[in-house]
Every structure is written in C-alpha cells, then in structure tokens.
Design a protein around this ligand. Structure first.
Ligand code: ATP
Ligand code: MG
Length: 160
C-alpha cells in the first residue's frame, strides 16, 4: 500500500525511542515533505527493525544513531548510521548472507541467529531496491537501502 515514507519512518523510530537505552542518542535527518511510495509496510518494518536493532546492539554508551532519508530522481535512499564497533572490510558483503556473523565469540555473547540482514536483503530486493553496508572498524557502520519511487509492474503495460 501507499505510505508517506517520512512519517512512517518517524513512527518506526519513535517505537525504538521509547525502549532504547538513554545513553544512546537518536538523530533524525528526515525531510519534512511527504514522500509517497508503495511498499509492503509489515515487511519493510521488519527490515528497519532488523537494521535498527543491530545499530543498538553494536552501539557503545554515548553513541549516536543517525537516521536519514534522501529523495533521489527515481528512488529513495534510506540509511541508519551507528558509532559502534564496525564491520571489517572483508566481512562487509557477507553480513547479508544467512547465518553469517562477524567474530563468532563476540556475536555469541550478544545473541542472535545471523538472519536479520539476510531477511532485510530479501525484502528490499523483492521491492526492487538494493541494500549495502559501509563501515570503519571502531568508528561505526552505515546500512543503506533504496526503494524505487514508482513500482513499474508488467501488468501496467497492458492498460496503455
Ligand atoms: P539476528 O539479527 O538474527 O538476531 P545478528 O544480528 O547476528 O542476528 P544480522 O543482523 O544478520 O545477524 O547481522 C550479521 C552480522 O553482521 C552480525 O552478527 C554482526 O557481526 C554484523 N553486524 C550487523 N550490523 C552491525 C552493526 N551495526 N555494527 C557492527 N556489526 C554489525
Ligand atoms: Mg541482527
């Protein structure tokens, strides 16, 4: 269904704001204007939940988490940036694989199954978007994903 993505993103972040540790600060760089896109809201909520829980899980005390939306010509770019432990370069592409976890010992301590980002990728790709990570060890991580502004379905052509 069609949602105003700016407003929807705020709602998702608000939910985490209520339960998060007070030592982590949320920063929102989200445009005021409405950005309407067609998404499966429940599935994209799962994507954001997975990305934001990781950002919180790997954030240090006093860290910031920054949420951004950028409207491009034919897609929106969404990102979540943390100031946590980071991901080594050699692991950057692998974290989207099922069950892949950086540093088994560290991950075991923090809990989880290693499925969060694999599910996120599946959902984003099914929406016609892309997902990737940028990171610097001990500085932080940004997870980016795009969603097309218009979903062009083959069926639409039949009506032209
Ligand atoms: P699950 O999400 O299933 O509970 P998980 O968080 O370990 O488990 P993913 O969310 O798929 O699994 O992430 C895969 C791995 O990528 C993590 O184990 C962690 O090593 C690394 N990772 C993901 N996000 C971050 C982040 N923001 N900072 C540092 N490392 C991260
Ligand atoms: Mg996770």
């Amino acid at each position: 269904s069609w949602v105003n993505f700016s407003r929807y993103f705020h709602k998702v972040i608000d939910r985490f704001e209520l339960t998060k540790n007070e030592n982590v600060t949320f920063i929102r760089k989200i445009p005021d204007e409405a950005i309407f896109i067609e998404i499966d809201e429940d599935k994209i909520t799962q994507v954001l939940d997975n990305i934001i829980s990781n950002a919180l899980k790997y954030s240090p005390q006093g860290g910031n988490i920054t949420f951004r939306i950028k409207e491009l010509s034919d897609e929106i770019l969404v990102s979540v940036t943390d100031e946590g432990v980071g991901i080594p370069k050699s692991d950057l592409s692998k974290v989207f694989e099922r069950f892949y976890r950086v540093d088994k010992a560290r991950s075991r301590k923090l809990g989880g199954t290693g499925l969060g980002l694999a599910i996120a990728k599946e959902v984003v790709v099914a929406h016609g978007g892309r997902i990737w990570a940028k990171s610097q060890e001990h500085k932080g991580t940004t997870i980016f994903f795009t969603l097309p502004l218009e979903r062009i379905q083959e069926d639409d052509w039949d009506e032209v």
